[in-house]
Design a protein around this ligand. Structure first.
Ligand SMILES: *Cc1c(COP(=O)(O)O)cnc(C)c1O
Length: 409
């Protein structure tokens, strides 16, 4: 593929109003009009290039949206105050009361809780399925299904969706395929594979500095206009708007995403191979042992690798907690939820980010108590990091004693 996402960003030219190399930040909630007629036209959505009120759109938010649309290869995009502030309006825009969603069962805990507990209050119901089985997905589609929802790489189990296959199903049954691409920016380009709407939590890799929450919806001009419609748009009316000061700072961080993703992937892939060789149950899409390795490979933009997320199973929650505390003490990362930071972050999903999912369902999905989710950082010397992590495991007797002996000898 001749697709160069980072260069797509690089090809955009913005200037500040005094010729600054960064666009000026629009520090206003409202905008003046020279004529009353233009104000009316803007309300009606008929005055391109005019701004009305910042909940609708701001120049700074448009710049960031444009850059993210260029990255994902969609016509346009709309940024929001958080990832959930992108996901919930999309579902509510696409579904009326009585409509149905078919969703992957391994999705971000907040999205799961919204679909499972909140949307039914509006009579929007969801069937949760194993997204890697296309026949199971198709069997769950009913005449009232409107949306097929998944994450390209799922949280926290790192299941990989066959986006091309799902896009075919969506076309056949006249559904919208909505893909949350938060775990694999640049590595996977869902819109190029047939997704109708691509969502990101900007909070994670894209912003990459764990200093804010943010989100984006990438899609067609028509769909984004619907979301922003002053009379009927879920984004406009629910009001999850990103602030201009913040979108300017996210835009600056976005510029180094391609370099960061390469390093996250390089480090994660090194550790995954080592952990697996040490006999730990390791899940990483870059490992040939991963059940969706081939699918990921067939979809990916090689250069950016298999991403920065991996999980290991250390047998029990006590082991997981002891290991995480020791790794933090030895400055190998932070015991924290979220992802995409320069430092490694680790958490036990069963008792944190996926705690919205009932225990029996966690078990059924393969979400075990000893699971640790890692967002691997930008460590310059990953070999040293590995050795230090390994000594933590040895000190806690986590590695199978035979393997540990072999390596020591
Ligand atoms: C964090 C996350 C979200 C939610 O984003 P917020 O910015 O926290 O609202 C959605 N999907 C995935 C995959 C996430 O990791």
């Amino acid at each position: 593929m001749s697709f160069k996402p980072a260069n797509n960003i690089q090809d955009l030219q913005y200037f500040g109003e005094f010729g600054g190399v960064n666009p000026s930040i629009s520090d206003s909630s409202t905008y003046t009009f020279l004529s009353a007629k233009t104000m009316f036209d803007t309300f009606e959505g008929n005055a391109d290039g005019c701004y009305l009120y910042s909940r609708h759109t701001t120049p700074s938010n448009l710049y960031l949206g444009q850059a993210l649309a260029a990255m994902e290869g969609t016509e346009t995009a709309n940024v929001s105050a958080s990832g959930m502030g992108a996901i919930t309006p999309v579902i509510l825009q696409l579904c009326d009361a009585g409509d149905h969603v078919v969703s992957s069962r391994t999705i971000y805990g907040g999205t799961y809780a919204f679909l499972k507990n909140f949307a039914p209050r509006l009579n929007i119901n969801t069937s949760f399925v194993n997204i890697t089985k296309l026949d199971v997905v198709e069997a769950a589609i009913t005449p009232s299904t409107k949306v097929l929802y998944c994450e390209s790489v799922s949280n926290p189990l790192l299941e990989v969706a066959d986006i091309k296959g799902l896009a075919k199903l969506a076309k056949k049954h006249n559904l919208k395929l909505v893909v949350d691409n938060t775990f694999s920016p640049l590595s996977i380009s869902p819109a190029k594979l047939g997704a109708d709407v691509v969502i990101h939590s900007l909070t994670k890799f894209i912003n990459g500095s764990s200093d804010t929450v943010g989100g984006v919806v990438c899609g067609t001009q028509e769909f984004i206009n619907e979301l922003k419609d002053v009379n009927s748009g879920a984004s406009m009316l629910l009001g999850s708007t990103m602030d201009s000061l913040r979108s300017a700072s996210v835009l600056k961080n976005l510029r180094t995403l391609h370099i960061r993703m390469e390093q996250h992937s390089f480090n994660a892939s090194y550790l995954a191979e080592k952990f697996e060789a040490d006999g730990l149950k390791t899940v990483y899409p870059g490992l040939t042992s991963h059940s969706s390795h081939k699918i990921f490979k067939s979809m990916m933009n090689e250069k950016y690798g298999f991403g920065g997320m991996l999980t290991i199973d250390v047998g029990s929650l006590e082991n997981a907690n002891a290991l995480m505390e020791m790794m933090q003490e030895r400055n190998l990362g932070y015991l924290a939820v979220s992802l995409g930071f320069y430092k490694t972050l680790f958490s036990a999903p069963g008792s944190s980010t996926s705690s919205e999912i009932p225990k029996e369902e966690q078990f059924e999905m393969g979400l075990s108590d000893g699971l640790i989710r890692f967002s691997i950082g930008l460590d310059a010397d990953i070999v040293r990091t590995y050795h230090m992590m390994r000594s933590c495991m040895e000190d806690l007797n986590i590695l199978d004693s035979k393997r540990a002996l072999q390596v020591l000898v």
